[in-house]
Unconditional design. Structure first.
Length: 510
């Protein structure tokens, strides 16, 4: 019997190969060499990569029997997840492999900026002894603002607390009580910008966070403030930061990430008070080894046909057949509910009704939780880390089942309770021989809309002209509407519009 072929396309630790075990034929290629990669992919059942190998539609098509793409790291910028999903290829990564390394680098950049370590080092190596020029500042008794209190933000807070700093944070999705447990006070972003002596960024890159710290926010800062970004490029407006430092409105910065990478030429690099590194957040021996071992285990599970907790797209594995089509529905419902929630989530209730209620449906709870957390954190979310991330953010999780389902054979409902007592509820099902995923409920409104990649929701007091206005604004923005449904309360006072659109709606249009 021939062994499944695992193609290792980049240099990985010996522990990675060891974790794969003896059950596979291991082949090697240089994934950065395009022709070599395309020649090696046919016949491979799995490919292990890092950041240099581009798994785009052409590469995925070349791997005709490919079942798994495994990225030994966190980011998936070099993997076309959509193309892989359409081809039925599972994509896995190592979502928690680099969190300690990233947190430690953020602290290193902060200390380097505060004590002028880089320019002082360069001056001394050039034969100059400049003690007085490179006077620095202490961290002790200063205020550190953490933008994004996810897993890495929490690790940074824990490490900096030993320096005797006052910790504040901005994160609209974290419960104040949870932040208080680790000695952090939650504040609005403007207040954080005004109060902080040091600011360190630990947010995911999303349409909402792109350019979050720009000209207006930097105008609020103290002239002695240092800013660190070791999260994602583009969250901090680099041009605005350059102007702020050049004009003496901000003291300096520590940067590991950039809006466009690789970045070897930036005006910021010419400023002596800017410490810059080439995206080294995950570049430690320990992080690389953890990542390799993690994805090797995922590859073993995937090729054995078992459930893969760190899969980011195709849910393979041994699931009861009626549950399988409901898993992506549960995940999308979690994401939709998250988008509709206006504030920190205190509790998520997942309700499963119908014939599947007799089966083990705990994976549907995980799916909904994964969808909820996905847009809120820096790292990719998996079935393994979703419960941990929820717990860290003070989110309670509950699952209920009921065999009774009046209108649908099977139904999944996701209800979020927010910290201010408000709630959001959405429900979905699958229908027809192709198991089409449908949204059938938004809060107290009945709808019947296919779940699509881009959806827009409007709640409003029912009155003439609203539908036309929405259509006009989207039309002027060149956003095409694929489908629309309006649902009203029996009283007719309140309505909801659900749209499917062909592309993401820009934030200013919303």
């Amino acid at each position: 019997m021939t062994k499944p072929v695992v193609l290792i396309a980049e240099e990985l630790s010996p522990a990675t190969v060891e974790a794969l075990g003896p059950d596979f034929e291991i082949r090697h290629c240089d994934g950065a060499d395009r022709s070599q990669l395309l020649a090696a992919l046919p016949g491979a059942d799995a490919v292990l990569i890092r950041s240099a190998t581009q798994m785009d539609p052409e590469a995925i098509a070349a791997g005709k029997q490919l079942k798994v793409i495994a990225r030994a790291g966190v980011g998936l910028d070099n993997v076309d997840v959509k193309a892989a999903t359409q081809a039925g290829v599972m994509v896995v990564n190592a979502p928690t492999s680099n969190i300690v390394s990233a947190a430690e680098l953020a602290v290193a950049l902060l200390l380097s900026a505060a004590r002028n370590i880089v320019p002082a080092n360069l001056a001394l190596k050039n034969g100059e002894w400049k003690r007085s020029k490179y006077n620095g500042v202490e961290l002790s008794e200063k205020t550190v603002g953490i933008v994004g209190l996810g897993r890495i933000g929490v690790l940074v807070a824990q490490r900096l607390s030993a320096f005797g700093v006052k910790l504040i944070a901005y994160d609209p999705y974290v419960q104040p009580a949870r932040a208080a447990q680790i000695g952090v006070r939650l504040v609005p972003l403007d207040e954080l910008m005004r109060e902080s002596d040091f600011i360190t960024v630990h947010l995911p890159k999303t349409p909402e966070t792109a350019g979050l710290i720009g000209e207006e926010q930097l105008k609020l800062a103290k002239p002695t403030m240092y800013l660190v970004n070791a999260a994602r490029g583009g969250i901090v407006d680099e041009d605005a930061l350059y102007r702020a430092i050049s004009e003496g409105r901000v003291a300096g910065a520590g940067l590991d990430v950039y809006a466009k990478e690789p970045c070897t030429d930036s005006p910021l690099f010419g400023l002596e008070t800017v410490v810059a590194t080439p995206h080294l957040g995950a570049s430690t021996d320990e992080a690389q080894e953890k990542a390799g071992i993690s994805v090797a285990k995922s590859v073993r599970l995937a090729l054995a046909g078992e459930l893969v907790p760190d899969a980011v797209n195709v849910q393979g594995g041994i699931l009861a057949e009626p549950i399988r089509p409901l898993l992506p529905v549960a995940e999308r419902l979690g994401a939709i509910a998250s988008g509709l929630a206006d504030g920190a989530v205190q509790r998520i209730d997942v309700e499963v009704r119908g014939e599947v209620a007799d089966l083990d449906v705990r994976v549907l709870e995980l799916g909904a939780l994964k969808g909820l957390i996905q847009g809120l954190v820096h790292d990719p979310v998996s079935y393994v880390n979703a419960p941990v991330l929820a717990q860290q953010r003070g989110v309670e999780v509950a699952l209920t089942t009921d065999k009774d389902s009046d209108d649908h054979r099977n139904l999944v409902r996701v209800r979020l309770t927010l910290s201010d007592g408000a709630w959001v509820s959405v429900a979905g099902t699958v229908s027809g021989p192709k198991d089409v995923a449908k949204l059938v409920e938004v809060d107290r409104f009945d709808v019947d809309v296919p779940i699509s990649e881009h959806m827009v929701f409007f709640r409003y007091h029912d009155r003439p002209g609203v539908v036309g206005t929405v259509g006009r604004i989207l039309g002027e923005a060149d956003v095409n509407i694929g489908g629309m449904q309006v649902s009203r309360e029996e009283s007719g006072e309140h309505s909801v519009i659900v749209l499917t659109v062909d592309q993401a709606v820009p934030a200013d249009v919303l």
